[in-house]
Design a binder for this molecule. Structure first.
Ligand SMILES: C[S@@+](CC[C@H](N)C(=O)[O-])C[C@H]1O[C@@H](n2cnc3c(N)ncnc32)[C@H](O)[C@@H]1O
Length: 390
């Protein structure tokens, strides 16, 4: 690993040029990505990307256990969604930094619209220029770390450690490759056309370098399946807004992003790619830190919901021969403790097989680990073939 300290101008990320959204409108951003580019954390199938976005932001804030008055730094804040959510919902003083002027401008516009200018801001700043030791109670970095690259990882974690108060917490959210990935002989499609300055590292490398910088690793969560789902939504949204997208980028750029996102969805589905949230703590004195003694974190419910859905996928509607999940018949999965309620519609409500399908769904949901009681509620609404597209 090259440990030589790079000049700031040698940041792996080219900043604004990587984000062609210089002229992107907030409306299109919402329509394409559901806000900031939501990762589909805990999304309920029948809701959309906007709910997914809210859930993702909240998932992060809850992991950080933000308290009113605390100071939060979002490294690579994008369009400002996370700093706004944290200031609004958790009462923190939130600063976001980005390399992109258009991102900072739009983020500050959104902050002003939300009436949060007194405790929320976005700055155009490289993280290595942030130099207030112990200035923050919490740090977060979402989707920025992929641009750091292996050579700069020690610098990245050392700076994060320095910026945090003792006992402070850092949530690092980023895509990873696997240790078994063979080195490529030539640059990939993504290296060539999408992220020429990006570099993925395995989670084991990330955690090792974080520990070497002095962090204690408290929790690591993989959100791989969520990313596959998210990317599929993004591809569909991009295709549905082809004409609008061409007002901002040219056709070749559109054609690059479509296969890039589809290919990435495949990568996450098969496990070639992963995405992790690593929760790190700068230890306080004598092992004290800001975490509670229990290691139980949030997230179990969301993952169970996904597990139920995965379990239900092999259940087919015998008349159509397609999975009830792919048909869009499962409209809601409600979880309360170890009780699960699957709310579904039937493709042909009066068919004699209706009861059998519902019972098969119930029995299958009951086999999922952690489920004690499962019930199925048949919703009184007609099945819509358009749901198959979701
Ligand atoms: C893929 S975007 C992620 C944005 C946002 N966190 C989200 O999840 O939607 C990466 C962000 O990291 C920022 N970034 C990259 N390198 C950076 C650096 N050296 N210092 C500060 N921000 C950086 C970019 O400007 C951009 O805002």
């Amino acid at each position: 690993m090259n440990q030589e300290k790079p000049k700031l101008t040698e940041s792996r990320i080219p900043g604004a040029p990587t984000y062609p959204a210089a002229r992107l409108t907030l409306r299109l951003l919402d329509e394409l990505f559901g806000g900031d580019g939501a990762d589909e954390v805990g999304v309920r199938l029948w809701d959309g990307m906007d709910t997914a976005q809210e859930q993702k932001l909240d998932h992060i804030c809850r992991k950080l256990r933000l308290q009113p008055g605390q100071r939060l730094l979002d490294v690579g804040c994008g369009w400002g969604g996370l700093v706004i959510h944290a200031a609004q919902q958790y009462g923190v003083d939130a600063t976001g930094i980005t390399l992109s002027q258009p991102q900072a401008d739009l983020a500050n516009e959104r902050i002003a619209t939300a009436g949060l200018t007194n405790r929320c801001r976005a700055l155009v700043r490289d993280y290595r220029e942030m130099d207030k030791p112990g200035g923050y109670d919490a740090l977060v970095s979402v989707g920025m770390f992929e641009h750091v690259g292996a050579a700069l990882l020690p610098t990245y974690f050392a700076r994060a450690w320095q910026l945090l108060k003792p006992g402070g917490v850092f949530l690092n959210h980023g895509i990873a490759n696997t240790t078994t990935d063979r080195p490529r002989r030539s640059p990939s499609f993504s290296d060539t056309y999408v992220f020429p300055d990006g570099e993925l590292v395995p989670i084991s490398t990330t955690l090792r370098v974080a520990e070497e910088a002095g962090f204690e690793v408290r929790d690591v969560e993989s959100l791989r399946e969520h990313y596959a789902l998210t990317l599929r939504h993004w591809v569909r949204r991009l295709e549905a807004h082809h004409e609008q997208a061409l007002q901002f980028v040219d056709e070749p750029t559109y054609r690059v992003w479509r296969p890039f996102m589809s290919g990435s969805a495949h990568g996450f589905s098969v496990g070639r790619l992963n995405v992790y949230q690593a929760l790190l703590v700068r230890p306080g004195g004598r092992g004290r830190n800001a975490r509670p003694t229990t290691t139980t974190l949030i997230g179990g419910t969301m993952l169970t919901q996904q597990a139920i859905l995965d379990a239900l996928r092999p259940v087919v509607d015998p008349e159509i021969g397609i999975s009830v999940v792919d048909l869009g018949m499962i409209r809601e999965i409600a979880i309360e403790g170890d009780k699960v309620e699957v709310k579904m519609v039937l493709t042909t409500p009066f068919c004699p097989l209706a009861g059998m399908i519902a019972e098969q769904v119930r029995q299958t949901a009951a086999t999922v680990e952690g489920v004690k009681e499962a019930k199925v509620t048949l919703l009184d609404e007609p099945w819509n073939p358009a749901w198959m597209q979701r």
